[in-house]
Design a protein around this ligand. Sequence first.
Ligand code: C2O
Ligand code: CU
Ligand code: CU
Length: 534
Amino acid sequence: MKKRVHEDTSKEPQGEAAPLGTLRGTFPAGSAMTSRRNILAWGAASLAAPFILRANRAGAAERPALPIPSLEAGRVEGGVRVFDLEVRHGTHGFFPGIRTRTIGINADYLGPMLQMRRGETVRFNVTNRIGENMTLHWHGFELPAWCDGGPHQVIAPNDTWRPEFEVLQRAGSYWAHGHQMHKTAEHVWAGMATLIRVEEDGEPDLPSEYGVDDLPVALQERRFTASGQMPYNPSMPDVMMGMAGDVPLVNGAISPRAEVPAGLVRLRIWNASNASVYRLAFDDGRPFAMVASDGGLLERPVSMNSLVLASAERAEIVVDLSDGAPVRLIADTIPIAVGMMGGMGRGMGRGMMGGMMGGMMGEPLGESARRFDFLELVPQGRGRRGRLPERLADLPPATREAARSIRPFNLEMRMGPAMMMGRGFLINGRSMDPRVIDERVPAATAEIWRITNTSPMMHPFHVHDTQFRILSRGGRPPAAHERGFKDTVLVMPGEPVELLVRFPDYRDPELPYMYHCHILEHEDAGMMGQFVTV
Ligand code: C2O
Ligand code: CU
Ligand code: CU
């Protein structure tokens, strides 16, 4: 990773400073979510961070610099943009003087920012140097099934896989990550993920100088052993609740700081954690404008003070730092087992799951806060001033009329003996079986997918090969920041979500795509199904 620090403080001011709070958009951020900050006691009890980490946190002045993944535009060969990606073992210096064993893509941990343009054809030469089967999935991309990188595109050790497809995606922030059957969580935990930035002609005037006022911010947390390693060995509760950590990482650095121009700054935020749902905010409560969701720019900026981002979701935000004050991006984790906390699960007995799981685990369920101090932004000099464009993108209307049929999905977490073996996470009553095609879906035809969550947990539902629109959440139109293109939607217990889903005109009667919960432990435990487009 290459570090780039802002040096040019001499930019021309661009008009009058306008508080972001004046931007259009009235969504009361996070209002649908509880603000309770709870964790399960056993989650905290099982954490063991090295002493060096504690020292590091005590001396907050010693924040490392935010690593900026190198911008990798590949090379153009015969009109095709070609990327060579090597997935390999590495060791990464999370803590001074300690090498932690990791996996990276052309890097020790995580990988470069892959840059491509809408409309061009890209090819990836993905070489597996990790000594075991793996895949690499292009999360958020509409593409032919053989290029998807899901569980069926296994790359054997020392083999190279060469998918080639047209970039249909709008300008925005996407990513790629491992997707090996039953190994997704382990591979991603180790670092098998990389960021992708798609550009296109005619983008609105937003901060876009990479590494200067347009920063990639990949959020994760990890737990480390006393010797500074981060092995993946989830307990049964980890499988149920998703693997979480107590050490906040941004682009692989622990609570880093970034010097930025004192003006408008754009953060491209990835929730690249295995499982955590973050409520993001600035520590001084300042407003920011969300400008893009998973599939690209929103119709117009949405002003908010906090933002809930589930695993795999992305958001681009613009924050005004022209007052020159340092500010921290913080996150409270939201417990996914809402019913267990008696907080927000509608129609669920308070403490019902708590009692059941407490009994199963032999541990009481506690409630305490987990807050991550992810990133400090330190404004320097003079940056870009002015208003954001009122209008960012022309999005096609998302109406029910377009849909041909309604396809129901039921995300259910079934408690039972299978749970003890890390299974029992179901979609439509079934656990993922690679030999079974669960759905046949028409290509190039819109459908409404109705997702109902009868489990006592939230599940971020993700669909391959599409950018969908949220038609309704709990019977109501979605909040402003959820009206753009999405590939992952957080589905709350007892709050059905209707999606307008449309796949591109790629058909393959045999090779399937996946839909699944993006809590990677749930996915690996079977909360995944397969569909072909016909
Ligand atoms: Cu990001 Cu099927 O995954
Ligand atoms: Cu995906
Ligand atoms: Cu889940």
